[in-house]
Design a protein around this ligand. Structure first.
Ligand code: PLP
Length: 408
């Protein structure tokens, strides 16, 4: 099946089986409808005083309340940013401003580059970073955090859900440890939001990052939750927008879209059971047909939409190419590192060999994924794997490669 840009978006969408919802999501028609007036009619600057700006100001306030609603937070605790990466960098920049007595950070080894790279930058400035490892199923325990906290720890920054494997960290327990020790906690909830419930009344995190384009809103807008009373230092300096906490005229259409998407995501949380059923059906179906297949990540402590799988004896990139030829869009992990020949740092941290990590692909579903999409994959993926294995001599390495137990 060949697709080209001249086919236009509708044909592209009809023909494509999209299994990359952790990379980005399509714009929801309701979200588009909500944002259009703010591109066409209500384009005033929300900081302006005249009445023409009032609907824009109102929409900004409503979006803030909608995003806060998704987290069970207060609207004043939400800052809009330019993306998830900016939210995360802002949080770490805050740690960097706490003073010379606090120059220690705690991160997990499996964080997204938005978090990792900033921490590595601070390491080069003389900071100490403790990188917490994960177990073979990608899990981390709150006790591991407690064990490494020190009087000079400025911040713990640990993701809620992993973008590559979907593994969920015990965020409530981690937040309680940080709260007890008086250390700031930032969590990257870019992948968790809208897929699992987030209740910041129960989870005492101080800062939390979100990104709109993972929730069927457009790219280029994010949010940062800053709990009331948390010391804060603006990352972008300039005008007094966002209560002086993030300079720059707000991207109103994007923010309105994010608000609408957050509300929709909240209402769709109940549907995640159906997504999980489809995902589990897919995993079970593939495992029945394919020998030497491993699901990377904990069987249950995992986002309902994410499946990361290793196929012994093949290269994940080659499989993705073959999938693309039959119209299936998937990826090998973080969209930011697609095309990289480096094995995933997440899978390596879980103890996979470089070869196993390079034989892995990620399939991530959304509420728009259908049973037909799953059946299509079940029909094509096993034969593609078999064909690729035919090209290289294949002998299953060990039984243990598929030993995570039945997926029910
Ligand atoms: C876990 C995680 N954190 C952060 C980001 C970065 O978000 P954005 O693309 O909005 O900068 C991503 C995007 O892939 C992600 O998956």
């Amino acid at each position: 099946m060949g697709l080209s840009l001249s086919d236009g978006p509708s044909k592209m969408q009809q023909l494509m089986r999209y299994f990359d919802h952790n990379a980005t999501t399509g714009l929801d028609p309701q979200v588009l409808e909500a944002m259009l007036p703010f591109l066409q009619t209500h384009w005033a600057n929300p900081s302006s005083a005249y009445q023409f700006a009032r609907p824009v100001k109102r929409a900004l306030a409503e979006a803030r309340a909608q995003v806060a609603g998704l987290l069970q937070a207060q609207p004043e605790e939400i800052l809009f940013t330019g993306c998830g990466t900016e939210s995360i960098n802002t949080a770490l920049n805050l740690a960097a401003q706490l003073g010379p007595d606090r120059r220690h950070l705690v991160l997990s080894e499996v964080e997204h580059d938005a978090n990792r790279r900033y921490a590595q930058y601070l390491e080069r400035q003389g900071w100490e970073v403790t990188w917490l490892g994960v177990d073979a199923q990608g899990l981390l325990r709150a006790e591991q955090v407690r064990e490494v906290l020190r009087p000079d720890t400025a911040m713990v920054s640990i993701m809620w859900a992993n973008n590559e494997t979907g593994v969920l960290f015990p965020m409530q327990a981690i937040a309680e440890v940080c709260q007890q020790q008086g250390v700031l906690l930032h969590t990257d909830a870019v992948q968790a939001a809208g897929k699992v419930e987030i209740d910041l009344r129960l989870v005492p995190a101080d800062l939390l990052s979100l990104s709109a384009h993972k929730m069927h809103a457009p790219k280029g807008v994010g949010a940062l939750f800053v709990r009331q009373g948390t010391p804060f230092d603006s990352y972008l300096l300039g005008g007094g927008q966002e209560g002086g906490r993030r300079a720059g005229t707000q991207n109103i259409p994007g923010i309105v879209a994010m608000g609408c998407a957050a509300q929709l995501a909240q209402s769709r949380l109940l549907q995640t059971g159906c997504i999980r059923e489809l995902r589990d059906h897919l995993e079970l179906g593939l495992r029945k047909q394919i020998e030497g297949m491993l699901i990377n990540g904990h069987p249950t402590q995992r986002l309902p939409n994410t499946s990361n799988m290793a196929f012994e004896g093949i290269e994940g990139e080659a499989l993705l190419l073959q999938l693309d030829r039959v119209g299936v869009a998937a990826s090998s992990g973080s969209a930011c590192s697609t095309g990289s020949l480096e094995p995933s740092h997440v899978l390596r941290a879980m103890g996979l060999s470089a070869r196993q990590a390079l034989s892995s692909i990620r399939l991530s579903l959304g509420h728009v994924t259908t049973r037909e999409d799953i059946d299509y994959l079940l029909e094509h993926l096993p034969s593609l794997v078999a064909r690729l294995r035919g090209q290289t001599p294949f002998k299953p390495e060990s039984k243990s490669i598929a030993s995570h137990g039945p997926l029910t």
